[in-house]
Design a protein around this ligand. Sequence first.
Ligand code: BES
Ligand code: MN
Ligand code: ZN
Length: 514
Amino acid sequence: MPSVKSNSIELTLETESPEKVHTGVLVVGAFADGPLPPHAKKIDEASKGKLSSVIKRGDLDEKAGASLLLHDLPGVEAERVLLVSLGKREEFGDKSFREAVSGAAKAIAGGTARDAAVTLTDIEVPGRSQAWRVREASRLLADGAYRFDAPRVKTSKKDRGVRRVTLLNSGKINDEVKKALRHGHAVAEGMALAKDLGNLPGNVCNPSYLADVARALGKEFGLKIEVLEREDMKKLGMGSALSVGQASAQPCKFIVMQYKGGGKSKPIVLVGKGVTFDTGGISLKPGANMDEMKFDMCGAASVFGAMKTVATLELPINVVAIIPAAENMPGGAASRPGDVVTSMSGQTIEILNTDAEGRLGLADALTYAERFDPACVIDIATLTGACVIALGNITSGLFANDDELAEQLLESGNDTGDRAWRLPMFEEYQDLLKTNFADMSNIGGRPAGSITAACFLKRFADKYKWAHLDIAGTNAVTGDAKGATGRPVPLLSEFLIGRAENRAWGTTTGTRAA
Ligand code: BES
Ligand code: MN
Ligand code: ZN
């Protein structure tokens, strides 16, 4: 991959007894109240009550994911024991399980031990199977080891943290559990790619760079790759997508990747917004935090990530990825407010705000998707600031013209903690896009900004089942730990795995306990 490198860890499954494991750090969980879970109990017995006395003293914070590092416990082979809080027993569920695993992942990623044994997947989670626990844990542990150290960006970082993690299970390790480990790991690898692409600066990760990444992925996994240039796009009549990058010195690219694992079945099409930097164009954005607009290609990044996961797992489905990639710049050749463009669908658009550019690229990508006769199309985009206002950084916005597809995506989000929430696209909202000068304008005013953006896209997606994920709030975090989150790769991957397994959605997900 061109100057992007993700840090991969090794993950294995074992059934050994915890006190006998030779490892740098052994991770055991304990509830803030109530008896010790089986693995912790074994360590407590082997060390003649050391764990229970530490807990009795009140040294372990109650909050799930808080941890305490204990050295040289007598009777225990591991060099260190990381005691992780599972929170209150009564409240234990998906959330505290994930918090405990993530807390452990964070602690061992920053520590000196190079290998670890983790016992947390042995702890029952209400309504969830062992396979689910292993899938979640392997993803969270591998993701916790992620570091951004692409060359040219930051010079030399000290190599720390675990590189090998073993999941200790007392239960049987059957094929389903082994598969769960592979799945979780592959999703984390997809997330790492999405994070790397998101974190790269706009002067490195431009449309041509994304095209190169597509070609590299194509080579590695045998995907069919096509990159349409400006001239090709002109021939197809993509006046809408072309308008976005027309003032940039970086040529726009229209990237198509095809993964074929599903024979003659209809493909699932993923469309990712690939604005590699969004200045707003002539409708220039304010200066504060504008650097964060390098994350405006995170929809595309999540599509790259999901493609990598699907190809790694060789899922028996067909998936097409479409990325309209462009840089939104002001300049002499830029679109002006009031310009009218003709989309590939033939519908005309009055560009009233050049900062509502994502939908202009997506519109033509959605029309282009028709040629694949898709089973469904899902677009993923950092589309609106309004979505951040509505749902914050916790939840992605979901819109769909098909209830079943919406339900499947919501369930995939729930199963992975990468959650979305559905918002309406009632016909009445379409009126907000009315203009005297074209079939529609590209903005609908401030009220319901995410909804009118989705309603705009809907006009280009009426030939198939379609869903739109607005990830403007969930794609990246700001502040001290600024960076891409890799979302919604977990949601998308879970959805694709579910489709590959012909999952009976809504009844049992295959990841829930029977
Ligand atoms: N990329 C932005 C949306 C965005 C905002 C993503 C904040 C992440 C954080 C998008 O292109 C945009 O500028 N949208 C405008 C639309 C408006 C002009 C109708 C917005 O949300 O302000
Ligand atoms: Mn914009
Ligand atoms: Zn944008």
